[in-house]
Design a binder for this molecule. Structure first.
Ligand code: PBE
Length: 308
């Protein structure tokens, strides 16, 4: 409780100088925040060294971000710097603490939208696609060889508020196993729909592949625990994105709940889709794109300035 109050106080102080700087920017003056352009927009690029804070190199949102730097004149000379989802979140938090501009390769659902005041930059060229869904993919043969697991995995489906509540817990320091268990306990109705019509088993093995993105860490752990409670011997295997797709397509893993479509993982789906069983959506209303703190005085990718 006390901690949260101090945090709010810190933010209140942080906002004031930022607003003053933003006001200067509107006067087409040169400020610490960058140089005002012809259009009156602040040029944040210089301050960010024309770098976009990316995540893992294999992520679809990174590929789309790189495509965006090719597509938009406003991003000429910009670079997407890859790292990890955790490093991106840290960089975002630090930038916000220091009231600095930052552009991250973002996605929702994600706890960052609950923790910080953020916005997506408009993408008039549609490089990031529109609304995304997260789908479940299983290996061929799973239905015949492990019908009870197949049915639970097929029936797994939840909402943004569900996954966000698990992610937020984890981002606040709760172990994912604990956060998943707590969610399951509080949502027994939903979980009962996933296990409806299935029998428990006695130690049948099941392996779920995933990537260590916050979204997939949450979903895979929840589904894994539900399967465990049904009597399965569950293995959760963290992999790179491309390897996750190929592992399920080639039958090394049984299933995954981390297929972002139609845009984000379009190239993986094209490559491996024929060798997979598409079990449909487990979550709707997802999105990827460039995400910035709301205090940045731009709304669109086109409001950025090419590197000089
Ligand atoms: N993500 C989260 C993934 C899909 C899930 C947006 C980081 C990606 O970009 O591939």
């Amino acid at each position: 409780m006390k901690k949260a109050q101090w945090k709010h106080l810190g933010l209140a102080f942080a906002v004031t100088p930022m607003m003053l700087l933003a006001a200067c920017g509107d006067d087409e003056a040169t400020t610490d925040e960058g140089t005002a352009s012809d259009s009156g927009e602040v040029n944040y690029g210089e301050e960010m060294d024309y770098k976009i804070t990316g995540i893992e190199p294999g992520a679809g949102v990174v590929a789309a971000s790189e495509a965006a730097t090719e597509e938009y004149d406003s991003l000429e000379g910009w670079e997407v710097v890859t790292s990890s989802s955790g490093a991106m979140a840290t960089a975002l938090g630090e930038a916000i603490d220091n009231e600095e501009p930052i552009i991250v390769t973002g996605w929702s659902p994600h706890w960052k939208f609950q923790k910080y005041d953020l916005k997506y930059l408009e993408d008039p060229e549609g490089v990031f696609g529109g609304e995304e869904v997260i789908k479940t993919m299983a290996r061929k043969g799973l239905e015949e060889e492990n019908p009870e697991a197949f049915k639970v995995i097929d029936q797994f489906q939840w909402e943004t508020a569900d996954i966000e509540s698990v992610m937020l817990e984890v981002s606040n320091g709760t172990a994912v196993e604990e956060a998943a268990a707590a969610w399951i306990e509080e949502n027994s109705d939903k979980v009962a729909e996933w296990t409806e019509g299935t029998e428990t088993v006695d130690g049948t093995e099941i392996e779920l592949a995933y990537v260590e993105w916050d979204t997939e860490v949450a979903s895979t752990n929840v589904l894994g625990q539900v399967l465990e409670a049904q009597g399965f011997d569950v293995t959760l295997t963290p992999l790179d994105n491309a390897v996750m797709w190929s592992a399920v397509a080639e039958g090394q893993a049984d299933a995954m709940v981390a297929a972002w479509l139609p845009a984000t993982h379009a190239s993986q789906f094209e490559k491996y889709g024929e060798d997979l069983v598409d079990l449909g959506e487990n979550l709707t209303g997802a999105k990827v794109g460039f995400v910035v703190p709301s205090y940045m005085d731009i709304d669109s990718i086109e409001d950025l300035q090419p590197a000089e």
